[in-house]
Design a protein around this ligand. Structure first.
Ligand code: NAP
Length: 464
């Protein structure tokens, strides 16, 4: 048989997960010169694009425009999409080994991290993950409800996801109704009684994980003021030295914005956003069978032996009454059947994107990119270089003939297999029908799209 990667024997790659890192894998593979590649992408949802659809905030439409580049990749010869097909349910590693030379896992980090404090399981305490997926119309979360009759809401964590959650809570219906926020979320938020939103950062202004555009937006709400205590906006001497030494432009800009907010006059708007620094929740306090307040300790910033500033609790306690709490302290990946996993990192065990076993030896044929490779960090574009790095290793392994030896490396065989295991699979052309129907529904109300939030409704359109 001719070499793998030629016209008569294309390199066959399965990509599991259709978010940004999945699509950057595809574009990197398809641009390899002198190589004939066939890529099949699988996603457990009927819709592609992962967090671009279900994570990026609905009022950040510009960020979603990256899908145009993904559409270009999807239009390339050799690419197929199989939506509504789940690895571990409809497809197993043994199946993939029969039909592909290499398998790439780009399944992201769907789980949230816990705070590890008492009361975290009380009614009214949620992960940001659930809320984000709910307002973005993810079908698994469409039936969730959040008690927006509460006047005080606490968001724990001070990264960009916390900013997204707080922004959606602070915006008016007029600000939200021009976005593609799920209809159920728009309806619930239009009845919101939320008056105070508290964002809690455990460290100081110079260590905030949000990025400058996101903190800037917090000062631009139509009906909400941003509040920062002057005492908490102060940058301590150690932080200032680290800022000066690192010249971290994002952190410097963040500090400038925070300082300006602390000096800003309150305009008396109906909602108040309070961004707090150097505080950590120690308990969610129960009242009437649900969360009623958050107990906090104020923190000092102390240099650790790696020269980093960490939060160390003092004895100064506070209580913030709050009936709704969102923890937004990072995500973690989900272990996948037959794929080595690093439990403490919540990622696939890997070196640069090559899966490895517990002894550090390469697991031939398996690769990873994106959050399930490196953890939940960076912006969408970070996944481009991440996927590029892994594809580089896949090409090295192809040269070295280190890959699966599929007994049936055939596109037709895969189609037959999927038809037998999941007749309700969704092709890219089917997805385009769903996409067009959503955009058409949006046109009527001047919105980018109105999302389908039920798999059955998506399938009905796909089959129409
Ligand atoms: P993140 O940026 O890692 O922020 C997590 C935050 O949680 C940090 O402030 C962290 O504080 C805090 N934290 C962790 N454990 C905590 C604990 N036990 N108690 C209190 N606070 C705790 O994570 P993320 O917000 O989930 O975002 C994930 C990634 O997606 C990030 O790279 C983010 O930039 C990206 N993203 C980007 C956008 C955008 O570009 N607009 C939107 C959403 C998400 P410490 O720093 O002290 O650990």
């Amino acid at each position: 048989m001719s070499a793998v990667g030629t016209e008569s024997n294309p390199l066959r790659v399965a990509v599991i997960g259709s978010g940004p890192s999945g699509f950057y894998t595809v574009s990197n593979l398809l641009k390899q010169t002198d190589l004939v590649v066939e890529v099949d992408m699988f996603d457990r949802l009927p819709t592609p694009y992962g967090l671009v659809r279900a994570g990026v905030a609905p009022d950040h439409q510009k960020d979603k425009s990256v899908t145009r580049a993904y559409e270009k990749s999807a239009a390339a010869p050799g690419f197929r999409f199989f939506g509504n097909v789940e690895y571990g349910t409809h497809l197993h590693l043994d199946d993939l080994k029969e039909h592909y030379h290499q398998v790439m896992f780009t399944t992201g980090s769907p789980f949230d991290r816990n705070l590890g404090v008492a009361g975290e399981d009380l009614l009214g305490s949620h992960s940001a993950t659930e809320f984000v997926a709910w307002y973005n119309g993810h079908p698994d979360f469409a039936d969730r409800s959040f008690d927006l009759s509460q006047e005080n809401v606490v968001v724990v964590g001070i990264g960009n996801v916390a900013m997204d959650v707080a922004r959606i809570l602070c915006k008016t219906v007029d600000e939200l109704k021009v976005t593609d926020i799920a209809d159920h979320a728009l309806a619930a938020l239009s009845e919101s009684k939320v008056k105070n939103v508290y964002i809690l950062g455990r460290r100081g202004p110079a260590q905030a994980a949000f990025t400058p555009p996101e903190i800037k937006e917090m000062g631009e709400f139509a009906e909400a003021d941003v509040n920062i205590l002057a005492s908490e906006a102060v940058v301590d001497a150690n932080s200032q030295k680290l800022l000066d030494d690192s010249n971290d432009k994002n952190a410097i800009k963040n500090v400038e914005t925070i300082t300006a907010y602390a000096a800003r006059e309150n305009a008396g708007k109906p909602r108040q956003l309070h961004i707090r620094f150097c505080v950590s929740p120690t308990e969610l306090v129960e009242a009437d069978g649900r969360v009623g307040a958050v107990k906090l300790l104020q923190n000092d910033l102390v240099l650790d032996d790696r020269g980093q500033l960490k939060a160390v609790a003092t004895e100064r306690e506070e209580v913030i009454p709050a009936g709704l709490v969102f923890r937004s302290v990072g995500y973690r990946g989900q272990p996948l059947p037959d794929v080595p996993f690093n439990e403490s990192w919540g990622t696939i065990l890997n070196e640069g994107g090559r899966a490895v076993d517990a002894a550090g030896d390469q697991v031939v044929g398996l690769y990873t990119a994106g959050w399930i490779k490196r953890g939940p960090s960076g912006v969408i574009g970070t996944n481009k270089t991440c996927a590029q790095e892994t594809v580089g290793l896949m090409m090295q392994d192809l040269q070295a003939n280190r890959m699966f030896e599929p007994s049936a490396p055939s596109a037709e065989a895969v189609l037959k297999l999927i038809q037998s295991r999941q007749p309700d699979f969704v092709s890219f052309a089917d997805w385009k029908k769903i996409d067009e129907a959503e955009v058409a529904k949006g046109l009527a109300s001047d919105r980018p799209r109105v999302k389908f939030t039920r798999v059955a409704d998506m399938l009905e359109v796909a089959r129409s």
